[in-house]
Design a protein around this ligand. Structure first.
Ligand SMILES: *[C@@H]1O[C@H](CO)[C@@H](O)[C@H](O)[C@H]1NC(C)=O
Ligand SMILES: *[C@@H]1O[C@H](CO)[C@@H](O)[C@H](O)[C@H]1NC(C)=O
Length: 315
């Protein structure tokens, strides 16, 4: 008897729970993977959904907060409460004339900066139930057109040069690459540094060293974003005089040496041959003249040896 009544009570309780839960079925659903562009508007897209039984739900509270990292407190950005909307400057409802019957509670960030990247909480209370959901924002920034400066400022072609390419204002960390006028890549000979500026963005700079005799007529520095997409580029034209005296000059001297080298080799061969011929002729002439002397000397005995030694020494 007692057990039965407890059982009935329990069932009753479950049914009531299920009914009220069904009735108060309110959810805040947010789009995932929100990406914002630095300096532009970003939206955290969230809507309140209710079960079918809920007719004309009315929102009583909306609170948008940015989650604090570790021990930092959550920061309240936008609140709707008691019919009034308050918030920090730069944050508002994405719906321009939002009211408590509008289930689109998306948050609009009017001017996105790096501090806006992170996790957010959206709490909603309605006359039919409450919910709280988290969402996040990833901020990216496009790198500015790079600039190239050279050390020394004037490229003469008579001294080595360092080119420095820089691009600022990007996020996340990207890459600078170098190409010459034939689109041959020189990045391997360069050195890149990435520095985070106060605004949280990256400044990329890359140094490319050029030897005075191998300076091309054009150098292009290209900035790529973190996922390898090309963002912008700049080309430095080397003054003709420097490039021709430098790289062009190398070409010229290459051609000259291509002509000069065989000429020198052939010339010295000819000269050598002539010399050898001359010496040979002289020697054979001398031998011809000497032979009789030797023969004559031979008759005189010991003198022959001294003559031979003398001859060997001179030839
Ligand atoms: C919410 O409102 C914003 C601004 O009008 C709109 O861009 C967005 O698509 C809406 N979200 C949904 C889920 O309807
Ligand atoms: C990188 O650039 C590509 C092509 O422009 C673009 O589709 C991509 O979204 C960019 N990625 C980032 C992280 O900015």
């Amino acid at each position: 008897m007692n057990m039965a009544s407890i059982g009935i009570l329990f069932l009753f309780f479950i049914v009531i729970r299920a009914q009220t839960e069904g009735k108060s079925f309110v959810k805040v659903e947010c789009k995932t993977g929100n990406v914002g562009q630095y300096g532009q508007q970003s939206m955290l897209d969230c809507v309140v959904t209710t079960s079918e039984e809920v007719k004309e739900p009315k929102i009583t509270v909306v609170a948008w907060k940015k989650k604090g990292s570790e021990d930092a407190l959550d920061e309240t950005l936008l609140v709707f409460h008691k019919g009034k909307t308050t918030g920090q400057p730069g944050y508002r409802f994405a719906e321009s004339s939002w009211n408590d019957r509008n289930m689109n509670v998306s948050l609009l960030i009017t001017n996105t900066t790096m501090v806006n990247s992170g996790d957010y909480k959206c709490s909603v209370m309605t006359d039919s139930g409450d919910d709280i959901t988290e969402t996040s924002l990833r901020v990216t920034a496009k790198y500015n057109k790079p600039t190239i400066r050279s050390i020394p400022v004037n490229i003469t072609g008579r001294e080595d040069v360092t080119l420095i390419c820089s691009s600022v204002g990007g996020y996340p960390k990207g890459r600078l690459r170098w190409f010459d006028e034939h689109n041959k890549e020189w990045t391997a000979s360069s050195e890149m540094e990435a520095e985070q500026t106060n605004d949280g963005l990256f400044k990329l700079s890359s140094k490319l060293s050029l030897l005075k005799n191998s300076i091309f007529s054009k150098y292009t520095c290209v900035v790529f974003n973190s996922s390898g997409g090309k963002e912008d580029e700049v080309t430095l034209e080397i003054p003709d005089t420097a490039a021709s005296e430098g790289h062009g000059g190398e070409k010229g001297s290459d051609q000259i040496s291509k002509i000069v080298a065989p000429v020198v080799v052939i010339g010295s061969l000819i000269v050598g041959l002539l010399l050898a011929l001359l010496i040979h002729r002289r020697r054979s002439q001398r031998d011809h003249q000497e032979v009789p002397t030797c023969e004559l000397d031979a008759e005189q005995g010991g003198l022959v040896e001294t003559y031979k030694e003398h001859g060997n020494g001179t030839v």
